[in-house]
Design a protein around this ligand. Structure first.
Ligand code: S3P
Length: 431
């Protein structure tokens, strides 16, 4: 991950790209395929390092998963069919693998041990281990179950009504997956704001009944999953980098094809509209279980805005690149209610503010977000770092498209976590 990239300003960005598969949906397709009965075929699967960590973990639990030219086949074992791994389950950099897999392992009778990289070791796990313990799972980990390494021996689970203190799809999904393994009891998870609902939608595609309302989701245990075929839409969180690039690089027009527009993920589109961007969304006619659109973005005159409340979970992963967007907007952009940023792959309040400051942005950290004042000319001649965080790396690469001097990006390899062909796409569009 210590790769250094020299990045230079671009004249304009023009053309069309097909956005790679959604990370959240790719993880879930492998996991749910593994615990379903029958064979699941997944197309447009994201071949990023995080999703490959999920594949590797489920292979270690006896699931046959074949990958050929972007198509993945998963030979499901059924909910009771996973086998005790003889090796530790290494999740790499992936929080989604860690937390959702814990929900599945909570109901197994065997022992397993989860570890990941340094970033995973810093991320809070008690938000998942605590409710799973309440349901009857035996879980331990460093500092009383707060951090990895975590060991699990599942138990006889009982349903709970859980009020999550954070809006987190990873927490909600882990509890629903554990809830699926109770014997006929109901499990309800309520959140302060609605988080992404890919688990609920995909479980339905696998034939499971899940109820969903404004801020809660519920499931009745004892239902089985039937294998299905999944087309993974393009990841709006990856598209976000080129949406911002198209808006801030002069004389640009980019067409982003096959982008997932699940309403729990489209906060970036709301923000672009609020800031006055020139954006067109063309929904596809046939909407499978996740809606898809092509999006056209053009160079825009932008104004600052306030981003907070219910909007935050809909764009939590896009905040680094939204901060960059805000440096090119007239006036102040205030991002608040976003303290979850502190427990992502890096503390993204610190890394965004620190790195954008190096290239001349007027940005300051607050307790639960940041305030950016624009419009500023970004300067180059700086060494910036991804800090091993894929989204910080991509945000800085897009920033370098408009800096007056070249920028050196350290740890550029981190980008492979979610967008392995990011630089290919960037050079394809650069004219
Ligand atoms: C994800 C949920 C979000 C998001 C992460 C992927 C998921 O995390 O930041 O990149 O796939 O469920 P939280 O659930 O912790 O908010």
């Amino acid at each position: 991950m210590s790769e250094i990239k020299n990045l230079v300003k671009v004249e304009r960005l023009v053309g069309e790209i097909d956005i790679p598969g959604d990370k959240s949906i790719s993880h879930r397709a492998v996991m749910f395929g593994s615990i379903a009965n029958g064979q699941t075929l997944i197309s447009n699967f994201l071949m990023g390092a995080d999703c490959l960590s999920t594949v590797s973990c489920f292979r270690k639990m006896g699931v046959t998963i074949n990958i050929e030219e972007g198509q993945v086949s998963v030979d499901g074992k059924g909910l009771a069919g996973l086998v005790e791994p003889t090796d530790i389950l290494d999740v790499g950099n992936s929080g989604t693998t860690t937390r959702l897999m814990m929900g599945i392992l909570a109901g197994t009778s065997f022992h397993s041990c989860i570890i990941g990289d340094e970033s995973i070791a810093r991320r809070p796990m008690s938000r998942v281990t605590e409710p799973l313990k309440m349901m009857g799972a035996n879980i331990d980990g460093r500092e009383n179950g707060q951090y990895t390494p975590i060991s699990i021996r599942g138990g006889n689970l009982k349903g709970i009504q859980y009020q999550s203190p954070v809006a987190s799809a990873q927490v909600k999904s882990a509890i629903l997956l554990a809830g699926l393994q109770t014997s006929g009891e109901e499990t309800i998870v309520t959140e302060p704001h609605k988080s992404r609902d890919h688990t609920e939608r995909m479980l339905r595609a696998f034939g499971v009944k899940v109820q969903e309302d404004e801020k809660s989701a519920s499931i009745v245990g004892g239902q089985s999953l039937q294998a299905t075929n999944i087309f993974v839409p393009g990841d709006i969180s990856s598209a976000a980098f080129f949406l911002v690039a198209g808006a801030i690089v002069p004389n640009s027009e980019i067409v982003l094809k096959n982008v997932g527009i699940n309403p729990t993920r489209t906060g970036i589109l709301d923000v672009l509209k609020m800031m006055g961007a020139s954006i067109e969304i063309i929904p596809h006619n046939e909407q499978p279980f996740e809606p898809i659109a092509d999006i056209i973005i053009k160079t825009s005159t932008l104004k600052g805005t306030t981003i907070d409340g219910d909007l935050i979970p809909k764009l939590i992963d896009e905040i680094p690149v939204i901060a960059l967007l805000a440096t090119q907007a007239e006036g102040e952009t205030i991002i608040k209610d976003a303290s979850e940023l502190k427990v992502k792959e890096t503390n993204r309040i610190d890394t965004v503010v620190g790195e954008l400051t190096k290239i001349g942005a007027a940005i300051k950290a607050t307790d639960d977000g940041m305030i950016i004042t624009g419009k500023t000319s970004l300067v180059g001649n700086a060494v910036v770092s991804s800090h091993g965080d894929h989204r910080i790396g991509m945000m800085l690469a897009i920033a370098s498209c408009i800096t007056n001097e070249p920028v050196q990006l350290e740890d550029a390899g981190a980008i492979d976590v979610s967008y392995p062909n990011f630089f290919e796409h960037l050079s394809l569009l650069s004219k």
